[in-house]
Write a protein that binds this ligand. Structure first.
Ligand SMILES: CC(C)(COP(=O)(O)OP(=O)(O)OC[C@H]1O[C@@H](n2cnc3c(N)ncnc32)[C@H](O)[C@@H]1OP(=O)(O)O)[C@@H](O)C(=O)NCCC(=O)NCCS
Length: 199
């Protein structure tokens, strides 16, 4: 069985990380959950520094502390996805964006990998004491809201977002402990022992 884990971005992943983002451009795909990597392709080292700063932030109305990880497939050591986990919410994220942003590279979609990504992300939330995760997805992005629903997400609200998405956005809430408990049997066999490995 294929197994997956989270890896903290490091200098050793520079080429792989850039190739990950370039694939989104090649396929003209939305980019999400990358901690801004797409804006730092010319200066990966600076991005690593930014991630350190992201983690150390004191939450305010502009920024909150966050962690960004690569989802790696053990068998071929390939970056399959990314996730950005906000460790606190401000008013703006409560309305739009929530705790988690994620992506799976275009050539690896539709294989259930994002569900593993979110499962591992919820385990990280557990470690940080986040009980309820808020997330949202555009109504026309079923792959995203179905991921949330598959992990026990409850659609708590829908609204037309004039400011950011310019479409109907669905808000979800996930009870973290309940979700991890209910999905353990499915996803734990697809993850390495523990959540993380170092590159
Ligand atoms: C959203 C995204 C992460 C989904 O990744 P993925 O690996 O293809 O998702 P999965 O294969 O794990 O599928 C998750 C669920 O969505 C469904 N799904 C997958 N692709 C779908 C599609 N094209 N249309 C409808 N449903 C789809 C799956 O069937 C599954 O639901 P199920 O468990 O009820 O069967 C990926 O499309 C992506 O990176 N998109 C660009 C960035 C983005 O939009 N991020 C989310 C912003 S909120």
């Amino acid at each position: 069985m294929e197994k997956f884990y989270f890896e903290e971005p490091s200098i050793g992943r520079k080429e792989d990380a850039i190739a990950y983002i370039n694939e989104f451009y090649e396929y003209n795909s939305d980019i999400n959950g990358t901690g801004g990597l797409n804006r730092y392709l010319a200066d990966y080292e600076m991005w690593l520094k930014k991630l350190e700063e992201d983690y150390a932030r004191i939450p305010d109305e502009k920024k909150v502390p966050a962690r960004t990880y690569f989802l790696v497939r053990e068998g071929d050591n390939r970056i399959i996805g990314m996730i950005n986990i906000r460790l606190a919410l401000n008013e703006s994220l409560r309305k739009y964006g929530g705790h988690i942003g994620y992506s799976i590279r275009p050539t690896e979609r539709g294989k259930g990998y994002n569900k593993i990504n979110l499962y591992l992300g919820l385990k990280v939330c557990q470690d940080y004491g986040i009980d309820k995760v808020l997330m949202d997805a555009d109504k026309d992005n079923p792959a995203s809201w179905r991921t949330m629903e598959a992990l026990g997400g409850v659609n708590i609200r829908g609204f037309y977002d004039e400011k950011n998405a310019h479409c109907i956005v669905r808000n979800y809430e996930i009870n973290v402990d309940e979700s991890v408990r209910n999905n353990l049997a499915i996803y734990e066999p697809m993850t390495v022992n523990g959540i993380f490995r170092e590159n």
